[in-house]
Write a protein that binds this ligand. Sequence first.
Ligand SMILES: NC(=O)c1ccc[n+]([C@@H]2O[C@H](COP(=O)([O-])OP(=O)(O)OC[C@H]3O[C@@H](n4cnc5c(N)ncnc54)[C@H](OP(=O)(O)O)[C@@H]3O)[C@@H](O)[C@H]2O)c1
Length: 290
Amino acid sequence: MDKVAITGATGLMGRSLMTILGASFNTQGIGFNRASGNIHKLDLNDEAAITAFLDEHQPDALIHAAAERRPDICEQAPEQALALNVKVTEFLAQQCKKRNIRLLFISTDYVFDGDNAPYDEFSKTNPLNFYGQSKQRAEQAVLATCGQHTIIRVPVLYGDVTHLAESAVTVIAEQVNPLKHSKHDNWAIRYPTHVEDIACTIRDLLKHPQHLGGIFHISNHQALSKYEMACIIADVLGYPKTLLEPQSKPEHTAQRPYNCALKDTRLSKLNIQHQRDFNKAIAQVLNSNR
Ligand SMILES: NC(=O)c1ccc[n+]([C@@H]2O[C@H](COP(=O)([O-])OP(=O)(O)OC[C@H]3O[C@@H](n4cnc5c(N)ncnc54)[C@H](OP(=O)(O)O)[C@@H]3O)[C@@H](O)[C@H]2O)c1
């Protein structure tokens, strides 16, 4: 294993994959609107451009992280979400099988309905919203194309953001205010996971002597509602917590699951564990963004 190509390399997770995998492998990132420098600019909806890229770079592994991951946008523009999240993934799965490239497809905890947590790698999927359905379809296409391909499910992510609204976690720092009341969901339970922990886990999977296909779950173990995250973030920013209002009913266009806790049973058996304390890590992220 030497050459690793990464789609979504300009995104939140992709940037971390580029940095961490770049220390161990020969990486080639693919981006689109934000592609610059060494990142290959490519519209993944263009199949001829994908085959030309694979012909030229001949990676040993391809990490497919590009997606439309915003549930409300997926609901508003379903055709575009289907094209990127499902059709592109199907095509990449076929091309990778044909070319003997190991595919690692990044999926989501939103493939579950959230009513029967925790979920292990073999639990039945039942997505509640269109985004989750698109990722479920993509997962099924990947596994049907090649049993050796890998699916990696992750929960809500945070890390070094280009702007606070880039992640559903750091955006809370924009919503809290030192002078005004702000409302935060206290119903859904989430497991905010730092993208560096995902990248370190994927590096370890790629370095493992065995080819590990099938489904993997990567998740931080700390359970928090958005309101609880807001309390931690308010402390970091020095804002009064008395201005934070917990909401007991979710307010979203697309339906969200209650609790999609992902059990990482396969990673535990392999002794691959990268976890960090949310309170410390979010403070680092926010302080470096000030
Ligand atoms: N963020 C989360 O909380 C979360 C939670 C669970 C699962 N996930 C999954 O994790 C993966 C990574 O998410 P992320 O948050 O890092 O995503 P992100 O920051 O929204 O980045 C999306 C990436 O997709 C690329 N992209 C979009 N359309 C493209 C196209 N037509 N051709 C080529 N590239 C295209 C973007 O490139 P440009 O910006 O350069 O156009 C960008 O690099 C996704 O598969 C997502 O479903 C994310």
